[in-house]
Design a protein around this ligand. Structure first.
Ligand SMILES: Cc1cc2nc3c(=O)[nH]c(=O)nc-3n(C[C@H](O)[C@H](O)[C@H](O)COP(=O)(O)O)c2cc1C
Length: 348
């Protein structure tokens, strides 16, 4: 029987206020469905390397695995001329909506060209932001939920402010729009802390990369299990092939160490630039410094690929079924919140 509920649960029709963050290739139908089946919100990513029939297929597969609500992600970073980007994205969004996707989550750009389209299909819009200004603009654009991402987060990092100061600032700026906290939340104590800050829920990424259902490569999962917070590094433009000008956080691996040893040269002059170090899906070559993450179908020098990780990685200690992660987060959060209530009573 779920106890830990916020208004976000009513809005998204979930039992507990936990959203599995879209975590690149790791977040396929199996992970999203497992999370949704456990009462949280699972999300499927749709990398642009996947064509429209593939996009539809991933949604259908997810629906076959769960009757619960799930989200589908879309990245809004520039890919060409702005008007062409908008047209291309509307085409993909129409595919999402025709397949009955109930929740669309955006990241890295302006959601305003798409909000009305999604609402007119009866679906909800989430967007992840990295600053108060971006959050306010998103609220003005009419999004339903704002995810505020702190600097601790793994993967691409939108802003430069930590989760702790960012969340209350965003809440104050966009009320009554619900706010979800992202970045460095990897156990139930983090969930409790986010709720104490006034957030309506949490967005959890790194912890779910290390779930059984995640499609991340086993070597990448093992690296995450062996790492602690000080093993992550914030990089402004190192893994930039395929997505330039986008800061990110990953583990300090051999690619990072060799670049640092070479004096941190700029793009175009880095050690091993242009070298193929892996293959995705048996056919697609992956260059050193590419954003491509190591999935189960990746072969080659896995360790040298971007090993995206948030600072919460030190709290991630074993591979578990995603449903167990959801349940553990809730139990730990309840314990943490009860401890806080006891503190108040002790003072009374
Ligand atoms: C491996 C990985 C891949 C990610 N890929 C995406 C993505 O495709 N789309 C997206 O919106 N966010 C992506 N993110 C960022 C997450 O949405 C979220 O901000 C982050 O995981 C939260 O921090 P945490 O990892 O400390 O939990 C990714 C994060 C990780 C760790």
């Amino acid at each position: 029987m779920p106890i830990l509920q916020t208004s976000l649960c009513d809005l998204l029709e979930i039992d507990v206020p936990i959203i599995q963050a879209p975590i690149g290739g790791a977040a396929g139908p199996a992970l999203a469905a497992a999370v949704s089946n456990a009462g949280a919100l699972g999300q499927v990513t749709q990398p642009y390397s996947i064509d429209l029939p593939g996009v539809r297929q991933r949604i259908k597969e997810t629906r076959e695995l769960t009757d619960r609500k799930f989200g589908v992600n879309m990245l809004l970073m520039p890919r060409g001329e702005p008007h062409q980007d908008v047209e291309m994205r509307i085409e993909r969004l129409n595919a999402y909506l025709e397949e009955g996707v109930p929740i669309v989550s955006f990241f890295w750009g302006d959601p305003s060209p798409y909000v009305e389209l999604i609402h007119s299909a009866g679906a909800l819009v989430l967007i992840q932001v990295g600053s108060v200004a971006e959050a306010s603009a998103a609220a003005d654009a009419g999004v339903d939920v704002i995810i505020a991402q702190g600097w601790e987060a793994g993967g691409h990092v939108r802003g430069e402010v930590g989760t702790l100061p960012l969340i209350p600032r965003v809440i104050d700026a966009v009320a009554p729009t619900p706010v979800v906290a992202a970045g460095g939340i990897a156990d139930g104590r983090g969930l409790a802390a986010a709720l104490a800050l006034g957030a309506d829920g949490v967005y959890v990424g790194t912890r779910f990369v290390v779930s059984e259902e995640s499609a991340a490569h086993p070597v990448y999962k093992k690296k995450l299990l062996e790492s602690v917070e000080s093993d992550t590094v914030y990089l402004t433009d190192l893994f930039d092939v395929g997505w330039p000008d986008a800061p990110h956080r990953s583990l300090r691996n051999t690619t990072v160490v060799n670049w640092e040893a070479a004096g941190r040269p700029p793009s175009g002059q880095r050690p091993g630039e242009g070298e193929v170090i892996a293959t995705n899906g048996g056919v697609n070559p992956v260059l050193r410094y590419a954003i491509a993450m190591a999935n189960s179908d990746t072969t080659g020098d896995i360790e040298a690929l971007p090993l995206w990780a948030g600072q919460g990685v030190g709290l991630v200690n074993r591979i578990q079924p995603a449903g167990e992660i959801v349940r553990e987060l809730v139990e730990e959060a309840e314990q943490a919140l009860r401890r806080c209530i006891d503190l108040v009573q002790a003072v009374d």
